[in-house]
Structure formats: C-alpha cells, structure tokens
Design a binder for this molecule. Structure first.
Ligand SMILES: NC(=O)c1ccc[n+]([C@@H]2O[C@H](COP(=O)([O-])OP(=O)(O)OC[C@H]3O[C@@H](n4cnc5c(N)ncnc54)[C@H](OP(=O)(O)O)[C@@H]3O)[C@@H](O)[C@H]2O)c1
Length: 292
C-alpha cells in the first residue's frame, strides 16, 4: 500500500467536527469498526442509523437501528428501499465477514462472504444512488470499507467460488470487488462522492467465521492484532474528521488508509476491469434469480 502524495487536503481535528443536522447510515454499524464509527458520529451530533443483526447501543442517544440479515439479497434490497436516502449526508459500509474454511452458501445460492461483504453493498447502493442528493451545496458521501490499495486483484470469472473454493482467495474476491465498486460508481454518479477505506488490521469479530468463534486460534490471533494495532475506537476517532473534511468534496474515488491518509489505488483496476466486475456481479444475480 502506497501513500498518495499528490493529494493535499486538510482534516479538521475531532474537536472541530460538528455533525449537528447531519444524517448518517452505517451499514454494519452494529459491531466492530462500524459500531465505533456510529458512536463517535453520534457524539459529534449526527443522527445515525445502523443496520445489522444485533443492536448493542439502545442507550446511545442519536443511534437508531434497522435489523436485517444482509447475507440475503432480498433483505439488502429491502434495506436499500427503506433507508431515507434523500435525507442522508453520509452512507458508510462496514458490513463484513471472513470466508469460512468450507464453502458456505446462503439460502439464495450465493457464497456467504461475497453475499455479505460485497453483494449486500452493491444491492443497497443500487437502491440508494438515484435518491441520494446534495445538501447545502455538498455532495452526499459514500464510504466503502474493504482493503483497497493492497494490489490484490482476483478475476471475476468465478464470483460464486463454484469452480474452486479457498477461504483466502474467496475473501480476496470481496477485496477486489469492493475496490472495483468504488471506481465504477465514481465514474457513473458525479453528484455523489465515493471513497474506499482500508482500516489495516483491527481487533474485531471479523475473523470468527474463518478461525472459529472463541477458539484458541481466534483468541491468539485477535490478541496479537490487539497488541500490535490501533483499536476500532482509535481508528474511528481518526476517520470521523476525514469523513467530515470539506476538502473531500473534490476527491471522489479516493482511498484512505488506517491513519486516514490518502493512498494510491491498486494496480490493474482499469475502467474496463471495474465495469467487467460489476457486470459479472449483475449476471450472477440474474442467474440466481436475484436481480430486480
Ligand atoms: N478488522 C480488521 O482487521 C479488518 C481488516 C481489513 C478490512 N476490514 C473490513 O472492515 C469492515 C468492518 O469489519 P469489522 O472488523 O468491524 O468486522 P466485525 O466486527 O465482524 O463487524 C462486522 C459488521 O458486519 C455486520 N454483519 C456481519 N454479518 C452480517 C449479516 N449477515 N447481516 C447483517 N450484518 C452483518 C455485523 O453485524 P452484527 O454483529 O449485528 O451481525 C457487524 O456490524 C469489513 O468490511 C472488513 O472487511 C477489517
């Protein structure tokens, strides 16, 4: 991952950020990094809607909950229609799992990691893009979390991992897909700003599906990650000033690292590649009878 030294922009300090009258949806805001985002955003005055399966912040002022199992395209589509897009200033996607050691398939026929970590975002965004709009002369901002800038490029010929399956290679497809999605959307919708977020390693529940929840392996790995990296709360406190930075207005398609610094895109993400990826995704949804 390389810093994008051509990008010069100023971030306010967290103390300077004022999000009163701002509305934010954090899809995946019930746990891990997204939950910390939601809490910091609400502390700064934003009205936040979190989407996930388990609400853990009933007592936090400013946070509302939409319950949804986003492994299902039908649910993602419902959430996309239900979210009050016209009023949103920010939409943040942090939903995710890590692929399981053995291929898992949702009741709709999609590989589970791709369904949750990528297709749910594509489907929700399809419902939102036509309704998001400028507020007080500022474009709505969409942030897609994954691992952009890491030069991981997986092809789109077997998006459902039907021909061959490996947990790591399947998860890398979600990484490629999310990076491609940011550039694809940036080219299509110039009245919305799209950005990619790469959090680096953060101690959360994301690897449970792969390592086994509460297993000794999971405890050891998360302990090590916790000892050597920032916490989700520390990361959220760095990112919220970035989300609100006025200079971001002119930077659609930009990725940011764990310190909220601009990073370069991965190599190979040409317009043709990105379009091909999203088209292949749509084809797969059609094949499974999941396209609307
Ligand atoms: N942590 C890291 O080291 C790391 C590294 C690189 C990239 N990332 C990326 O960062 C993002 C956030 O990950 P995290 O580490 O915060 O993970 P996390 O702690 O596991 O949180 C994931 C979030 O996704 C939601 N979610 C998972 N399955 C869902 C489902 N079927 N339906 C609805 N919501 C579901 C969870 O909600 P519930 O708890 O309510 O189910 C939770 O809010 C992901 O995009 C991940 O790929 C993380």
């Amino acid at each position: 991952m390389k810093k994008d030294t051509d990008i010069v922009f100023t971030k306010p300090s967290l103390a300077e950020v004022d999000l009163n009258n701002q509305r934010v949806a954090v899809v995946g805001g019930t746990g891990g990094i997204g939950r910390e985002f939601a809490k910091v955003l609400a502390q700064k005055g934003a009205k936040v809607i979190v989407v996930g399966r388990t609400f853990r912040d009933e007592n936090v002022e400013g946070i509302e909950f939409i319950k949804a199992d986003l492994s299902l395209v039908a649910e993602a589509s419902r959430v996309g229609k239900f979210l009050p897009a016209e009023n949103l200033n920010y939409v943040i996607f942090t939903t995710g799992v890590f692929a399981a050691p053995e291929r898992k398939v949702t009741s709709e026929g999609l590989e589970e990691d791709m369904a949750i970590s990528y297709f749910s975002r594509l489907v929700i965004l399809k419902e939102l893009v036509s309704r998001l709009k400028e507020h007080e002369g500022k474009r709505p901002r969409v942030f897609i979390m994954g691992y952009p800038g890491d030069n991981k490029l997986e092809g789109c010929d077997d998006l459902n991992s039907e021909t061959s399956y490996g947990a790591i290679s399947t998860h890398m497809k979600t990484v490629t897909a999310n990076e491609a999605l940011v550039y694809y959307l940036k080219n299509r919708y110039d009245f919305i700003n799209f950005h990619g977020l790469n959090p680096g390693l953060v101690k959360t529940n994301i690897r449970d599906n792969f390592l086994g929840k509460n297993s000794w392996k999971s405890k050891a790995v998360e302990w090590l990650i916790g000892m050597t990296n920032q916490t989700a709360e520390q990361y959220a406190k760095k990112i919220v000033p970035l989300l609100a930075a006025p200079d971001l207005e002119s930077l659609s398609g930009q990725n940011f690292d764990k310190n909220a610094d601009a990073i370069l895109p991965s190599e190979g993400f040409t317009d043709e590649f990105n379009e091909g990826y999203v088209n292949a995704s749509e084809e797969l949804l059609k094949k499974l009878g999941l396209a609307n």
